[in-house]
Design a protein around this ligand. Structure first.
Ligand SMILES: Cc1ncc(COP(=O)(O)O)c(C=O)c1O
Length: 458
């Protein structure tokens, strides 16, 4: 396993270190300039941090405030920012060739092979990959390929899902802001309850529930008169991301997969946020042993450079037609080289970043769970590996979410204490711990302790 000293080298020392209130004068000025020229539809338009320098698991804003990065650019910087091997890859490849348009290039072929090698067993060595830049592109394509392959049109997604916000993916995503006013969204999408056991849609308790939510999918797919007679695919986040870092029991996925097989529709694992080693396995779906027909990926696979893709069962190739899903920037050779470097770093058995994600994630979760005896607003701590969610509530008995103003106050106090962390969830009340997998242990635990101290006041 990689040593803490080596990991420390990858980040700025002595984080966190604050020199101004957040936002400081330079960030404030930049936010005003951004509001003048950029679209305010961008994510986090009022987020009071604008980063200027990043190193490993630390980053400095434009005023020089140094943060511990518990956000990793929303689960993107899996190996941290500016990893020396990534910088070396950029230097190496940028001198050769970068853009080749959608005609392929040697780096892209090499990456498709490497992606195949790290797919979950069953898909491994038996798949093809289509490259894009964003997770939304990948999921859009999954909808199209599933429809084309099955000759069917309906899609089942889940309550709390986030799959992107393009024209097709907005229909799968459930957040009001991403759906409202953009309609009509694509037809034929049904949302079923996700295994959000803390707030069970059926008001049941695991395991006595007998996985009612997963069985409901089997019921609607395989029972006459449910209206689900033309389903092309069921798309499932292997740990729900924006919906609140919700990690279902493995049976949830297994029962859904069996229901898909019985029905003849495809199982799409959306691993855009939960993949690339985040949960301690290369793909979170591997915890359940389910073999997806299609796996969508992005975020941590590209890291410092944009890269996303869809990897699908090899036999699906025969139902697709040549040249029917082109994309100008797809498979940029520079992004491919960086993606391969990231995969190598994440899966290296010597450094064992995957094993470390499991043990460090467990340590973070333990600290938060132990704090529950004295911190009354922590409702639940959950998640796999370094994809940990801490749901805050006003009342532990009723599970009433902590009110938005207080969550906002906590988020600001975290920033002012030098911890980069953003809330998510259906009620916006889940703080998510998604640092780079390379975060030094003492930084991860320091950020957790800062969080616990702040939560004591609520
Ligand atoms: C599970 C999941 N799918 C798809 C997407 C969309 O990815 P992108 O923002 O790169 O388009 C996201 C983004 O957060 C995601 O979490």
């Amino acid at each position: 396993m990689i040593s803490e000293a080596e990991l420390k080298e990858l980040s700025f020392p002595d984080a966190p270190r604050m020199v101004t209130q957040v936002p400081g004068p330079r960030v404030k000025a930049l936010m005003e300039e951004s509001a003048k020229y950029e679209a305010f539809t961008r994510g986090g338009a009022d987020f009071p941090v604008i980063l200027e320098h990043g190193k490993g698991s630390t980053a400095k804003d434009a005023d020089g405030n140094l943060y511990i990065d518990m956000a990793a650019g929303v689960a993107v910087n899996a190996v941290g920012r500016g990893h020396p091997k990534v910088l070396e890859a950029i230097r190496r490849q940028s001198g050769a060739i970068m853009h080749t348009t959608d005609i392929t290039n040697p780096k892209r072929i090499e990456l498709a092979k490497k992606v195949s090698e790290v797919m979950p067993e069953g898909l491994r060595g038996n798949c093809h990959t289509s490259f894009f830049q964003a997770g939304s592109d990948a999921v859009e394509t999954a909808i199209k390929f599933a429809r084309r392959h099955t000759g069917r049109s309906q899609i089942i997604a889940f309550q709390g899902a986030y799959h992107g916000v393009w024209c097709g993916t907005s229909a799968l995503t459930t957040g009001y802001n991403y759906r409202h006013g953009w309609g009509p969204l694509i037809a034929g999408v049904t949302h079923a309850p996700y295994a959000y056991c803390y707030r069970c849609a059926f008001n049941m308790t695991y395991p006595a529930c007998n996985m009612q939510c997963a069985k409901y999918i089997d019921y609607i797919l395989n029972t006459p008169y449910t209206g689900m007679d033309d389903v092309a695919a069921v798309i499932v986040e292997s740990e729900q991301g924006e919906g609140g870092y919700v990690a279902p029991p493995p049976e949830f996925f297994q029962i859904i997969k069996q229901a898909c097989e019985k029905n003849g529709c495809l199982y799409v694992a959306d691993e855009v946020q939960s993949g690339a080693g985040r949960t301690g396995k290369m793909w979170c779906v591997e915890y359940s042993g389910v073999v997806p027909d299609i796996l969508t990926w992005g975020k941590g696979m590209g890291g410092d450079l944009p890269m996303a893709g869809i990897t699908y069962r090899a036999d699906m190739e025969k139902s697709l037609s040549p040249g029917s899903q082109p994309s100008t920037f797809a498979g940029n050779a520079l992004s491919c080289e960086v993606c391969m470097t990231n995969i190598d770093l994440i899966t290296d058995p010597e450094t064992d970043l995957l094993g470390r994600a499991v043990s460090l994630g467990a340590e973070v979760k333990d600290r938060l769970t132990q704090a529950m005896s004295s911190v009354k607003c922590i409702g639940e701590v959950r998640g796999r590996g370094l994809m940990v969610g801490c749901e805050v509530v006003a009342d532990r008995e009723t599970k009433e979410p902590l009110e938005g103003a207080k969550v906002g106050e906590i988020a600001m106090r975290l920033l002012n204490s030098g911890v980069l962390m953003t809330p998510c969830g259906r009620h916006g009340n889940v703080f998510r711990f998604m640092p780079p997998l390379t975060i030094p242990r003492d930084y991860a635990l320091k950020a957790t302790d800062i969080m616990i101290d702040i939560l004591r006041d609520y």
